[in-house]
Design a binder for this molecule. Structure first.
Ligand SMILES: CC(C)(COP(=O)(O)OP(=O)(O)OC[C@H]1O[C@@H](n2cnc3c(N)ncnc32)[C@H](O)[C@@H]1OP(=O)(O)O)[C@@H](O)C(=O)NCCC(=O)NCCS
Length: 291
């Protein structure tokens, strides 16, 4: 059997069932090498049975998903996908591969055994994610934490889409945030990404992204150091959730994501969001040198 790079392949849509929901739309149309995506597939008489999807950005390759149909496992197919990716990386002078996976799941041992067999690095805790959807969002909207905290008058929320290019460059040129909370000027969800000003100065933001149909990812919540621990983040987050729900409360859902080392945020998620959550996920990140 052969693994093939599926660039400009009209039938790529047939591989959608072999990747996570949030990436399926990326396979609606053929992928060109300019799209920063690397699709590699294996088919049996035209039927897709194994698929790897990776992202190529800044000379780094990150594997988004790796999946082999159940009946074809332990036959070396994932190894074949990986060696094809390794060759592609080598041809493009890329030195490292990375992959994130969900831990503590009934199926996690599959990928863990596979990674061990291929000498990937030790897993590093990466993300903590909490998923709330449907009627649970409506219940959460009525919760104490969503309604108790108010911002004092001198603090003003504003739609992030209103930030001007001049204001944005000033923010980026004089950064007071940690790089992992770098604000974005593009590619954010305009529906409910919000900024927070204190007497006109931008001191915080809640930036969100479309994750999959009807689900928004809350991924970048930041408050400037001197305004932290004063209860400013919760009303900012609550306002952003309310904005999303004004749009259509019953169909919406959210994923709240934070880095595994951000203990205060994880405590907040566990206390306030987890009671409404369908799903809590923890991910680990692993690396491998291109050989
Ligand atoms: C993880 C997965 C991709 C592995 O695919 P695969 O085609 O079965 O892997 P390979 O046959 O290439 O396995 C290579 C080696 O990895 C190890 N390995 C793979 N699966 C294993 C398992 N279930 N138990 C123990 N070792 C395993 C073995 O050492 C194996 O070599 P061997 O069969 O000669 O002993 C597959 O199990 C899968 O699709 N799982 C569900 C999706 C998933 O978890 N994806 C990861 C998230 S991105």
């Amino acid at each position: 059997m052969q693994a093939q790079l599926l660039f400009n392949t009209p039938t790529i849509k047939a591989y959608q069932a072999l990747t996570f929901k949030q990436f399926q739309a990326k396979l609606d149309l053929p992928i060109s090498p300019k799209d920063n995506l690397i699709p590699i597939g294996i088919n049996l008489l035209g039927r897709p049975i194994a698929f790897l999807l990776a992202n190529l950005e800044d000379q780094k390759i990150h594997i988004y998903s790796l999946f082999v149909e159940k009946t074809f496992r332990r036959q070396g197919l994932a190894s074949l996908l990986l060696s094809t990716l390794n060759q592609y990386a080598k041809n493009n002078h890329i030195k490292k591969l990375s992959l994130s996976y969900v831990i503590n799941r009934p199926e996690s041992h599959l990928i863990e055994s596979f990674l061990q067999a291929h000498q990937w690095s030790k897993p590093i805790p990466e993300m903590f994610l909490c998923h709330v959807e449907g009627i649970k969002v409506v219940e959460m909207l009525k919760s104490d934490w969503m309604n108790r905290y108010q911002l004092p008058d001198k603090f003003k929320l504003f739609p992030w889409s209103e930030i001007t290019p001049k204001e944005f460059s000033a923010l980026i040129e004089n950064p007071f945030y940690i790089p992992e909370y770098t604000p974005e000027f593009e590619n954010f969800e305009t529906l409910n990404s919000l900024g927070l000003r204190y007497q006109g100065e931008i001191i915080g933001w809640m930036l969100t992204k479309a994750y999959k149909p009807n689900v928004i990812l809350y991924h970048n919540l930041f408050i400037k150091k001197e305004y932290q621990k004063l209860g400013r983040a919760i009303p900012l987050l609550a306002a952003s959730i309310k904005k999303q729900c004004q749009y259509n409360p019953h169909l919406q859902g959210g994923i709240w994501q934070t880095k595994a080392h951000n203990k205060p945020m994880i405590r907040f998620i566990k206390r306030c969001l987890a009671p409404f959550s369908e799903e809590i996920k923890e991910t680990c990140l692993v690396y491998k040198d291109v050989i």
